[in-house]
Design a protein around this ligand. Structure first.
Ligand code: 9MJ
Length: 672
């Protein structure tokens, strides 16, 4: 049966209105943006082809949604428009052609800005004082959220400096930076509070609180990106106007840049796309604006959007797909993790066919079942996650749903499983008798930041365990050339190389050795803190819980895990075997009041260009400094690379000195 354009348009309109209501009114989207955009574009195409189909309430005729009744409605002096989207360089070429044709000039300067993925707001200043703030609403009327916006710490309540216009409407985006979002959700989870799907929904939810005391507790941040109605004089370019806003105390994007021509726009887009995952805030594309205000005026507007601007979108980080099944994987500590098998989809720039489902609580929270259509999110190198379940379409085509049942025995070794009191995780009780656990333990032991055994990859580990050659990490150092050469796909040369790298790994450092043991919750930083505190392995093995809790980074839970690990006879044996088999390290040297940076405490944050953060910390410690992971009154200096977020902000608030990487490298040259 084929559907007519009339039916299709009606179905799309109904669907879009429903999705938009969930998104705007309830801050709880039911489909990824990419699906919404696709349906909207299809409806636009139908309406273009059959203009009679355009209904006054069509989602194509609206920018957002009607304001909620609880907030007062305010009319924007000038409409707040949205932006047209581009999805390819061809779309950008079309945009540039339209601009140059209308301007009759082929040399156009564009201002490039990251497209922040938050909530658009308008803030009005009269005689330099904040008098009104509103959401975009339907573009013509928005909601009065002045009380809430006044709580945002980087929104000035009064503007300062020369030439502030008597009436100035500033427009921009309110977001929640990623690291603050993670902290906020972690707290909400701990307190059984509302967990948000992403920073944008968290920002939206925070801004539409009727009680602004709640808003004040949310880590919101504003960035100005344009002006609305203005009485008074402003400079003649968009870029200069934003610089002026900054002079008056308003936050603007650090990444804003003017370029000539469309090829340079593409360069800017590609450069930011590469940095996307390291930025402190979510961005979903780049906005390009014709820089000259006279040119903007000449270009004017079409129904919903200015002709002088376009938003080029990045590939979607959230898409929908079907959950085909669930596998259960056993990790290093026996934790059994449900892994979603998905209908492969392209998301965040790669094709994804698996995603983590974390644990049974998460499955329950999501209400997910096999056969459901789910929203998958992949951002950066983070493991793909299922963030929500889409409403199941109620038609005969609805696939049969199937509940996800946790195994009551280990899927690898068949041992019993148990869930510890107060824990979300279910564990296999098989210990090292469980092949899956043993393999995961060895993978961790051999990994780069642990014993760093080059060439001992996952496949080889599987073979060694399955063939019974390795039953503990100590057995790695007992392997002979003959045993290795006899393995499938392993020649003489590769077995020699592997033996050489195993041999080399015997010389390690105490922090790496402690980390390699794979004690629960003992990551690299804790391993380093333990090594620096105890200096000798024996002292760590003998330490009581009280003594352990005296170490930076170690609380009662970590202390319990350490005591549990070192108290286990099998682990004691493995440690003794490793030492007997020649694993060794040089004495630990710690900052002992010596070195040019003795007495100082540093925090390294952001992404450094010339070395990893770990190496930078090592360099600092070798000069006598202490390094810490969080900024406090005890911090002397913060080394901040690009993308430094909350730690930099905290340092600024506390008046702690901040150095950038070039300054720091110069300092090192002098000190080292
Ligand atoms: C965002 N979302 O970052 C605009 N935007 O300009 C930037 N949005 C915009 N500009 C005019 N950087 C309408 C919307």
């Amino acid at each position: 049966m084929t559907t007519s354009p009339v039916e299709e348009a009606a179905a799309l309109r109904a669907q879009l209105l429903k999705w938009a209501e969930a998104y705007f009114e309830r801050d709880a989207p039911v489909v990824p943006d990419a699906d919404y955009d696709q349906a909207l574009r299809r409806l636009e195409a139908l309406e273009r082809a059959f203009p009679d189909l355009v209904a006054p309430d069509s989602p194509t005729q609206r920018v957002g949604s009607a304001p909620l009744s609880e907030f007062q409605s305010v009319e924007h002096r000038l409409p707040m428009l949205s932006l047209d989207n581009a999805f390819s360089s061809d779309d950008m070429d079309d945009f540039h052609r339209r601009v140059t044709e209308r301007l009759g000039d082929s040399a156009v300067t564009y201002c490039c800005e990251p497209k922040l993925d938050g909530v658009a707001v308008s803030i009005v200043y009269e005689q330099g004082s904040l008098v009104l703030a509103a959401t975009r609403g339907d573009g013509t009327r928005g909601e009065n959220i002045t009380a809430n916006v006044r709580t945002i710490s980087n929104v000035p309540l009064t503007l300062s400096g020369e030439g502030v216009p008597p009436y100035l409407e500033v427009r921009g985006e309110v977001v929640i930076p990623r690291d603050a979002f993670e902290r906020m959700n972690a707290q909400a989870r701990a307190a059984d509070g509302k967990v948000f799907v992403n920073p944008r929904n968290a920002a939206a939810g925070s801004l539409r609180q009727l009680d602004s005391r709640i808003t004040a507790r949310r880590p919101l941040a504003f960035t100005a990106y344009s002006v609305g109605a203005v009485e008074g004089d402003l400079p003649g370019t968009h870029h200069a106007i934003l610089q002026r806003l900054r002079d008056w105390g308003l936050p603007i994007s650090d990444y804003m840049q003017t370029v000539s021509g469309i090829a340079a726009c593409d360069d800017y887009y590609q450069a930011l796309a590469r940095q996307r995952d390291e930025l402190p805030v979510d961005i979903d594309g780049i906005v390009f604006k014709v820089n000259g205000m006279a040119e903007q005026e000449k270009l004017g507007f079409v129904s919903r959007a200015p002709r002088w601007a376009i938003a080029r979108k990045f590939p979607a980080q959230e898409v929908s797909t079907q959950l085909l099944g669930v596998d259960f994987q056993v990790g290093r500590t026996g934790a059994i993790t449900p892994v979603a098998r998905l209908q492969p989809v392209f998301v965040g720039g790669v094709t994804v066919s698996n995603a983590t489902l974390h644990n049974a609580d998460e499955i329950e929270r999501l209400g997910v079942q096999v056969g459901d259509t789910v929203v998958v999110r992949r951002a950066g190198d983070v493991i793909p996650q299922i963030v929500s379940v889409m409403e199941s379409p109620s038609s005969d085509l609805t696939p049969r749903r199937e509940r996800i049942v946790f195994p009551d025995h280990c899927p690898d070794c068949g041992s019993d499983v148990a869930r510890e009191e107060g824990e979300a995780v279910i564990r296999c009780m098989g210990g090292m008798a469980c092949g899956a656990q043993l393999k995961a333990v060895i993978r961790h032991f051999a990994s780069r930041k642990a014993m760093d055994i080059e060439g001992l990859g996952d496949k080889l580990i599987d073979q060694l365990v399955d063939d019974g050659l390795v039953g503990s990490v100590a057995d790695i150092f007992r392997l002979s050339q003959e045993q290795l050469a006899a393995l499938e796909r392993m020649g003489d040369k590769s077995s020699e190389n592997l033996l050489a790298s195993i041999d080399q790994s015997r010389s390690t450092s105490l922090p790496k050795f402690i980390y390699a043991l794979g004690i629960r919750e003992v990551g690299e930083a804790t391993a380093r803190a333990l090594a620096n505190h105890f200096l000798e392995l024996d002292a760590l093995l003998a330490a009581s819980s009280d003594v352990l809790e005296g170490v930076d980074d170690v609380g009662p839970i970590v202390a319990r895990h350490i005591r549990g690990f070192v108290g286990d006879d099998r682990n004691k044996r493995v440690i003794a075997d490793l030492l007997a088999l020649g694993v060794n390290w040089p004495p630990v040297t710690v900052a002992s009041g010596k070195g040019p940076l003795a007495g100082t405490t540093w925090v390294v944050t952001g992404k450094l260009e010339s070395m990893s953060r770990g190496d930078a910390e090592q360099r600092l410690r070798s000069l006598g400094a202490k390094t810490a992971s969080s900024v406090s009154a005890k911090t002397s200096t913060v080394l901040a690379g690009p993308g430094a977020g909350s730690k930099r902000k905290k340092a600024e608030e506390l008046g702690i000195s901040i150095v950038d990487e070039p300054e720091w490298l110069t300092m090192l040259e002098e000190l080292e």
